[in-house]
Design a protein around this ligand. Structure first.
Ligand SMILES: Cc1cc2nc3c(=O)[nH]c(=O)nc-3n(C[C@H](O)[C@H](O)[C@H](O)COP(=O)(O)O)c2cc1C
Length: 155
């Protein structure tokens, strides 16, 4: 069987007020769906929530990513999904996770402030490279904390 080329889509969307009213629970539900659905499709990625916005990277086989993205766009917990970039990839950036979801903490928000000094957070207008830099930084911090937890667990 011919394997499909890998792609990555990065998008920003606005969480609805209803979703924001119960953000942590919604993120948990999204994560539970993603963990169940993404792995069998070979999809990996990272989702972050910050100041009423979602930013997500989805990577995997072309058709699977397109299908999932269409499905996600129809989700009523968010709106105005704007694709910031779509490209063919050789290597996954977020291959550790079928989906890692994270609400930015004050520490992450500091990282964000350093990365992008714009006064307002309007990621739909950010260049893809700025968003990827942010996602990579968050993934790096997350990977480190996971590694540390694993290190503690096996110590
Ligand atoms: C911002 C956002 C990101 C999401 N990411 C994923 C994802 O990566 N994988 C997934 O299966 N569902 C994701 N979902 C949830 C889907 O939209 C959908 O609710 C879920 O797949 C269950 O669909 P079903 O009820 O048709 O089974 C996301 C939803 C939102 C709002």
């Amino acid at each position: 069987m011919k394997t499909q080329p890998l792609i990555r889509i990065v998008y920003a969307s606005r969480a609805t007020p209803e979703c924001m009213a119960n953000l942590s629970e919604n993120i948990e539900q999204i994560l539970a769906s993603a963990i169940g659905n993404n792995r069998p499709k070979g999809i990996t990625g990272l989702l972050i929530a910050h100041r009423g916005w979602f930013l997500q990277a989805l990577e995997g086989p072309t058709d699977e990513v397109h299908q999932l993205f269409k499905h996600i766009c129809a989700d009523r917990r968010h709106r105005d999904a704007t694709v910031l970039g779509e490209c063919a990839i050789q290597i996954r950036e977020f291959g550790l996770w079928s989906m890692c979801a994270r609400q930015l903490s004050p520490t992450d928000a500091l990282i964000l402030g350093e990365l992008d000094r714009r006064p307002t957070f309007e990621p739909a207008n950010f260049p893809e490279r700025a968003v990827m830099r942010l996602l990579r930084t968050v993934a790096g911090v997350h990977k480190l904390s996971l590694t540390q937890q694993q290190g503690l667990a096996s110590a």
